[in-house]
Design a protein around this ligand. Structure first.
Ligand SMILES: *Cc1c(COP(=O)(O)O)cnc(C)c1O
Length: 709
């Protein structure tokens, strides 16, 4: 294309190539200098593609691109974005500044079955993926030498729609990996699974300084059932699931080797990835190490994070199936089928015991942790039999989850904290002491920020409801009516999570009459916004979504309860920023940690939560509200009843009165004090920089130092 007729000018092709360059590293997603360039490029396409840089670029008209090539302000922003990224990538970060020469060989191989990096890269089902995505971004910011491994799912998880009767419609789109800015490494591996060698190509996605390698088996070279290995996340069927996990662990290790990535420490994020440690053991054995020594060496250098406090949540397989799928590995290791099966059993030799991925991981990792203090406790109790020790002596520690602040904080909120209390987030260091000072900020300005964030959420939800309504073919009047639902200024409660049944999404409707009275008080209105996906095979979870959908149509709740389909990172960001209260009602102690509640305080919102997961560590009685107590009620009906009563009482007696108690200036002083206290106490601790620094100090570095050679 010709050079545009303007000055100062840049060729159109040159501009496109710079934009592609900027899109080639997911760095753009957590840095405004990155993503805002693509938003400006074509705002409507930016929205239409769910904020995909390459998608936006491809859908922007040549005329528009030519015009922007003549716009010196725009061209400057592109150069500035690239320069900011180059500076970031070249900087000595926290780890480099503190690492001694002996740390030179540390390189962590991080394995996870899902990654939540951005809404336009739909490769996550829920909290595990979000956590892994945040882990990679913080590892990059802090300069931790880490490479990540996962699978590239053609259909992602799934796209959720609700039909007119509220039943879940499951859609499987076909993603074009090129739209995510991945590069083909041109490396392929042949992973032995069962009696076949499955070919996988390895793609690389850059997450700041961290490479994420993704395996794809959807290739002509493979048998149809092998092509399906990377079709989608958690399709459910156990045989497919096992084979996917062989691909992730065994194939992932093979990929690292083929790429020349010399990993010294393994981090298995959840049991799904445990075969990676087994493959590493066999590699060591093949290079001459006796098998027992190889096991010991790998064990010393392996870190395992468990995420599942529910016994039924751990993957268990028929040992025969495992022996078949891993026959080639067992042969290389010189292990019989029974010896292999025993690696996944609490009691080796017990033919009745199935093969458990968590047990395999516990056996192959010296450093094991849960994801909150409470979950650490629960895990020690759950696995004491494996260790043959009393729970208090079980060597499972805890490293509490955190969120990547730059990913989750709203730019408006970030600018507000910056100007109102001098908070600076750009520092690439784990300390987040700046939050301490936010309590002194201007209360009037803070309340205005809250109003903006809530109003923006209300408008976003109305738009979504109108779209949903249109899609269901509900007619003009119904569509138009969505624009009068919800209030800009009403106390807004959010609930968004995976609709696993233990999370009890409908709990707040336990006594619908009482809730209706609470919501519809015209002096003190309250509204509820829900979002969340149930697993395609989870009928109970889908029934919960249907129940809430029905409530949005119930005459007692119309206009005060909304359900937003397709909970993704964007919906998550909007909701956690705009809601005044973030509701969390799991059955204690089934929520290993939870992280969505950590996103609300970044915006001066408050938690209303069961004392489960991370919340008991965070709450001081002022920065939010706690539902129920810490004693477990075994009878499900009595438990739900008690927890629901506790929610109503807190709303009626404390939350609603404080939100609506205004002074002469129209400010709810008591509420604001609590909200600012939430911002001052939660993000400083529950962020992923602190979390990754903790993994580095307590797990990666010690594992590296004692690994032997
Ligand atoms: C933050 C987040 C999660 C994890 O939150 P939980 O508290 O574990 O439910 C899951 N999904 C999305 C889209 C998120 O943004």
């Amino acid at each position: 294309m010709s050079r545009a007729q303007c000055f100062p000018s840049i060729g159109v092709d040159e501009l496109i190539s710079h934009l592609r360059d900027l899109a080639s590293n997911v760095w753009w997603s957590w840095n405004e200098e990155g993503w805002s360039v693509f938003q400006t490029l074509e705002p409507s396409e930016w929205r239409a593609t769910n904020h995909s840089p390459i998608g936006t670029l491809e859908r922007t008209t040549p005329a528009r691109i030519a015009a922007l090539a003549c716009d010196p302000m725009f061209v400057k922003r592109v150069y500035d974005g690239l320069a900011a990224r180059a500076a970031y990538l070249g900087e000595r970060a926290w780890f480099q500044r503190g690492a001694s020469a002996q740390m030179a060989g540390l390189r962590v191989g991080y394995f996870c079955s899902e990654y939540g990096l951005h809404e336009s890269i739909q490769q996550y089902a829920g909290g595990l993926g979000i956590l892994a995505g945040d882990h990679l971004k913080s590892a990059s910011d802090l300069g931790i030498p880490l490479v990540a491994v996962g699978l590239a799912y053609r259909h992602g998880y799934y796209i959720q729609q609700l039909a007119r009767d509220g039943s879940t419609v499951v859609l499987y789109p076909d993603y074009d990996f090129a739209r995510w800015g991945v590069e083909d490494t041109r490396v392929t591996i042949g992973c032995p699974i069962g009696s076949r060698i499955v070919t996988a190509r390895v793609m690389r996605m850059w997450v700041g300084r961290v490479p994420l390698y993704l395996l794809d088996t959807d290739l002509k070279a493979n048998a149809p059932e092998d092509r399906k290995l990377t079709e989608g996340l958690y399709k459910g069927e156990p045989h497919l699931r096992l084979r996917q996990q062989v691909l992730l662990g065994v194939g992932g290790m093979m990929a690292l080797k083929a790429l020349g990535e010399k990993v010294t420490v393994l981090h298995l994020n959840e049991g799904h990835a445990a075969f990676a440690a087994l493959q590493r053991t066999v590699d060591l054995h093949s290079s001459g190490r006796p098998i027992q020594e190889a096991f010991d060496a790998v064990r010393r250098a392996t870190v395992f994070t468990t995420h599942t406090p529910v016994p039924a949540g751990h993957d268990r397989y028929d040992p025969k199936m495992v022996a078949e799928e891993l026959a080639s590995l067992a042969l290389r290791a010189g292990l019989s089928s029974e010896e292999l099966a025993d690696l996944g059993r609490i009691k080796p030799g017990d033919p009745k015991e199935t093969f458990c991925m968590t047990v395999l991981a516990l056996r192959l990792a010296q450093r094991v942790n849960g994801v909150s203090q409470l979950h650490g406790e629960v895990s020690r109790e759950m696995w004491k039999e494996f260790y043959g020790l009393p729970a208090s002596k079980v060597p499972i520690t805890s490293i509490t989850n955190g969120v990547h602040v730059k990913t989750w904080i709203d730019p408006d909120a970030e600018r507000f904290w910056q100007s109102a209390s001098g908070l600076r987030l750009s520092k690439q260091a784990p300390k987040a002491t700046g939050w301490r000072h936010v309590e002194g900020c201007d209360q009037d300005a803070f309340w205005k920020l809250r109003g903006r964030l809530r109003r923006r959420l209300v408008h976003f939800v109305r738009d979504r409801l109108a779209m949903q309504c249109k899609r269901r073919g509900e007619g003009q009047t119904a569509v138009a009516a969505t624009y009068s639902l919800l209030h800009d200024d009403a106390l807004t409660i959010g609930f968004a999570r995976r609709f696993a049944t233990y999370k009890r999404a409908p709990l707040i409707f336990h006594d619908a009459q009482r809730l209706a009275a609470i919501l519809s008080n015209s002096d003190r209105p309250v509204q509820l916004i829900f979002a969340g996906k149930a697993h395609p095979r989870d009928e109970g979870g889908q029934a919960f979504a249907q129940k809430i959908f029905a409530m949005t149509r119930d005459s007692r709740f119309v206009g005060r309860v909304a359900f937003v389909e397709e909970y993704d990172m964007h919906v998550g960001r909007m909701l956690t920023a705009g809601c005044d209260i973030w509701l969390n009602t799991p059955i204690r102690p089934y929520e290993a940690s939870g992280t969505s509640g950590m996103k609300t305080p970044l915006h001066g919102g408050l938690n209303l939560s069961i004392l489960d997961g991370w919340w008991p560590e965070a709450t001081d009685g002022i920065n939010g509200w706690s539902i129920g107590g810490t004693t477990e009620v075994p009878d499900p009906a009595a438990r739900d009843d008690a927890d629901a009563q506790s929610v109503y009482a807190l709303l009626e007696e404390s939350i609603i009165p404080q939100f609506y108690e205004r002074d002469e200036a129209g400010l709810p002083r008591g509420w604001i004090a609590r909200a600012l206290h939430s911002a001052a106490t939660v993000p400083a601790v529950f962020n992923s920089h602190r979390m990754v620094a903790e993994y580095t100090r307590k797990a990666y570095v010690p594992a590296f130092q004692i690994r032997g050679s």
